[in-house]
Design a protein around this ligand. Structure first.
Ligand code: BG6
Length: 461
């Protein structure tokens, strides 16, 4: 074996409630923005497949947890759906949801799989969106109350908590680039959403600490390190700015307790500073996380802005740099994302050297492929050697980072079983386990799932 990992390394996968539970409006759950958006614009979803079924984990979690065992999991992340636990956003708790999540956590624990629980995975309850979503202070309070409810209901079973998954994605997708509902394109409102999300996060961390829950709390960030086209001052300045917007905007406040000062300077200069209420900066300062989840899929490459924006165009970060497509880059054609394995090592070194060597784990990394059924073998399972290679090549760099002192505690693949992925629906498959939509969501372990079991058993490869 060439790559042996530290003892008690976390091997597992990540998923989310809205992408796997199904049972959309069953047992008291109410709409999230996804259910609502699908009801008004189903054509925005690949093959018109919406969030109503999503793999049916709600009914099949026992079978699924056995498959997790068979694929070597010692840890598994999912998320609680706010719209299931507290269907009206605030107020009454849905007892059927409590029973469901308790059964899931118990079943995981009975199978020696540590549950990691995230509280928010892009899934704003529709009633909360109606009062302003993350632009509203009322929603911050409602979220903190929801987080508190989760800690007190499940804190005896769950030891690893995460406030948000990729909180920058709703900023980009719903407030900057017109990808997701409510499809607003307004940087200042996006900045408000980002700031309010960070306040909500910090207040949830504060509540967790006050409650003295026996466990750790953190956040999951998608880090997309930025590389300049060249070492020229224009290109490196462009990369620095892009890094401020897309990585350090969240990473710095949750770890160091403050926003990068050069990011604030840019917002002031562009006249897009969000409203900051009394006490916000203090709550951010006083509540650093215990642990960080790092989702890594792809780097970002930029160059100096070539043609300046027209005077008066509403501000967007891309006014300060241009995207750069590196010649000869390796790409996953199904997703259009660059594959560059060593970037995962650069993230680890950055966390080691500039973020106090904070404990972290790779909380998502994976490869989405369309049309995987063509790789089915005579025995009836999918031979996804490309996925095994993808994971191995990343793990080699993770191993190197650990050897050089980075504080990495585990590796979670995205994802356990093929699942519904927002507007891409079931287009690209990421699972260790196939979900056959034509056969009642039948589950079959792929070659990568079998390989992952050996990886976990041997603690290396
Ligand atoms: C991650 C998200 O960014 O990417 C997941 O946390 C998502 O929720 C995954 O499913 C893959 O996304 P996509 O768009 O390729 O299906």
């Amino acid at each position: 074996m060439n790559f042996r990992f530290p003892e008690n390394f976390w091997w597992g996968s990540a998923a989310s409630g809205p992408q796997t539970e199904g049972a959309a409006l069953i047992d008291g759950r109410k709409q999230s923005i996804w259910d609502f958006w699908y009801s008004i614009e189903p054509e925005c979803f690949h093959h018109l497949v919406g969030p109503e079924h999503t793999s049916d984990f709600y009914h099949r979690f026992k079978e699924d947890i056995q498959l997790m065992k068979e694929t070597g999991h010692n840890t598994f992340r999912t998320s609680i759906q706010w719209s299931r636990l507290i269907p009206d956003g605030t107020g009454e708790v849905n007892e059927k949801a409590v029973a469901f999540y308790n059964q899931v956590f118990d079943e995981l624990l009975a199978n020696d799989i540590e549950p990691f629980v995230n509280l928010y995975h892009f899934d704003m309850p529709m009633c909360m969106q109606e009062i302003g979503g993350w632009e509203s202070r009322e929603v911050i309070d409602a979220y903190v109350n929801y987080a508190n409810t989760c800690f007190s209901l499940f804190g005896n079973r769950v030891k690893y908590w995460f406030t948000f998954n990729e909180p920058i994605v709703p900023v980009e997708a719903s407030y900057l680039y017109n990808w997701h509902y409510p499809k607003i394109t307004d940087f200042k409102r996006g900045a408000q959403v980002a700031h309010n999300t960070i306040v909500a996060h910090s207040k949830a961390v504060e509540a967790f600490k006050k409650m003295n829950v026996d466990g750790k709390i953190g956040i999951i960030l998608n880090l997309t390190p930025t590389y300049p086209r060249s070492e020229s001052p224009g290109d490196t300045a462009a990369a620095h700015i892009s890094d401020l917007f897309f990585n350090r905007s969240f990473l710095d406040p949750v770890t160091k307790g403050e926003y990068p000062s050069d990011l604030i300077d840019i917002l002031i200069e562009q006249d897009v500073v969000p409203t900051v209420m009394a006490g916000d900066l203090e709550v951010i300062r006083d509540n650093p996380i215990d642990i960080l989840g790092v989702n890594y899929y792809q780097p970002r490459r930029v160059k100096e802005k070539e043609v300046p924006e027209l005077e008066g165009t509403p501000f967007m970060p891309e006014h300060l740099f241009d995207p750069y497509i590196m010649p000869g880059r390796k790409i996953n054609p199904h997703r259009g994302w660059e594959i560059c394995e060593e970037v995962i090592y650069d993230i680890m070194v950055d966390l080691r050297d500039h973020y106090g060597n904070i404990p972290f784990f790779i909380s998502e990394n994976g490869m989405g492929v369309e049309g995987e059924e063509k790789f089915r073998n005579e025995e009836g399972f999918i031979e996804d050697d490309y996925r095994i290679e993808f994971v191995k090549e990343h793990l080699k760099w993770v191993h190197k980072g650990i050897e050089e002192g980075a504080n990495c505690l585990g590796y979670h693949i995205w994802t356990f079983m093929d699942n519904w992925s927002w507007t891409n629906a079931y287009k690209n498959r990421y699972g260790l386990v196939e979900v056959d939509l034509k056969n009642g969501f039948k589950r079959t372990i792929k070659k990568s799932g079998r390989w992952f079991q050996l990886l976990a058993e041997k603690n290396g490869f």
